[in-house]
Design a protein around this ligand. Structure first.
Ligand SMILES: Nc1nc2c(ncn2[C@@H]2O[C@H](COP(=O)(O)OP(=O)(O)OP(=O)(O)O)[C@@H](O)[C@H]2O)c(=O)[nH]1
Length: 305
């Protein structure tokens, strides 16, 4: 090795020591020549030397890597692939020390026609954080139900689709009766528990296609695709009953203290192509108002037309 080659190699090794990624040097036939584990302290780099790189992966992934290798050698361009690494599906990586599921952004680049470098960056944490932020933006933090913003997006889309394909759909506006009194008589924490337990029960009750969201303080919306007026009234009746039968333990010191609550529901059903999320919501609000005026624990649907 000349002095200049030695310096190049030394520079490369310094660079490897400074970065977090897993870096693998491969021959063009796929034999592993050198491995740097980066921050993957679980990895046993020596156990990888002289093995065939693609053979470390399940068949379908090995196929992608073989195709990437060919493309990297032919084009000279870096090739990128995101891999979901599950220890239970990847015997060889498990043997090399992988114990938890990870997501890797990988890049394969040809140095020349005889050698390639593969770099893997673990992006599991940033992906999980992204997903968490996305969920937080869609959900009400107290109850975990979808929030008003997600509801309005879903309604816009679902109602436009129902109108285009001549489908029927309905929605229920559900309001807890005398909720302020629950807060006042018990305490705010007990009010919170009522909201949380109602949402939990509703999540168990809804069909997978239904969409349930917290609309405001003690008010919720359930969107029911492919549901006509009569079916909506039946669903509303079941929700009314479910709420009335829920027992919520109060958040007071007395563990024996439990309470019941009721809801009023206004139902509304899509009429025609002129209907909008706002107009349907307005009818549901009017029906809810009628239900509230007639007393607690009631359902009011659209009048027959
Ligand atoms: N515990 C709790 N209370 C809340 C929350 N958000 C709003 N509230 C309270 O909920 C109460 C809602 O009161 P109202 O809108 O008058 O409803 P109501 O007492 O159920 O009256 P009716 O709907 O006419 O039966 C208000 O006192 C709000 O301060 C929350 O997240 N948790």
């Amino acid at each position: 090795m000349t002095d200049s080659e030695g310096r190049h190699l030394r520079r490369f090794e310094c660079l490897l020591a400074a970065i977090d990624q897993i870096v693998v040097r491969l021959s063009s036939t796929g034999e592993i020549k050198k491995v740097s584990a980066g921050s993957a302290s679980w990895l046993k780099p020596d156990a990888m030397i002289s093995r065939t790189f693609t053979a470390l992966f399940p068949d379908e992934v090995a196929g992608h890597i073989a195709a990437m290798t060919k493309k990297a050698l032919e084009s000279g361009e870096p090739q990128k692939l995101t891999l979901s690494m599950q220890p239970e599906h990847s015997f060889h990586w498990r043997e090399l020390g992988l114990t938890t599921a990870q997501t890797w952004d990988t890049t394969l680049v040809a140095v020349d026609e005889t050698e390639l470098i593969w770099v893997a960056r673990d992006v599991s944490v940033s992906r999980r954080n992204q997903q968490k932020l996305f969920n937080q933006a869609q959900r009400d933090p107290l109850t975990g139900a979808y929030n008003r913003r997600s509801l309005l997006t879903i309604l816009d889309h679902s109602i436009a689709q129902a109108q285009r394909y001549d489908w029927v759909c309905s929605f229920l506006l559900i309001d807890i009766d005398n909720f302020k009194q629950i807060n006042d008589q018990y305490n705010w924490d007990t009010g919170d528990k009522v909201l949380q337990q109602f949402v939990k029960a509703m999540h168990g009750f809804q069909r997978t296609a239904d969409f349930f969201a917290r609309f405001s303080d003690d008010r919720f919306v359930m969107f029911l695709p492919e549901t006509n007026r009569e079916q909506a009234l039946l669903a509303a009746e079941r929700v009314r009953k479910l709420a009335a039968e829920l027992q919520v333990s109060s958040a007071s010191d007395d563990a024996e203290d439990s309470l019941n609550f009721t809801v009023c529901i206004g139902a509304a059903t899509l009429r025609d192509a002129k209907d909008t999320p706002e107009s349907i919501l307005k009818r549901a609000e009017e029906n809810l108002f009628v239900a509230k005026q007639s007393g607690a624990n009631r359902v009011e649907g659209e009048p027959w037309r």
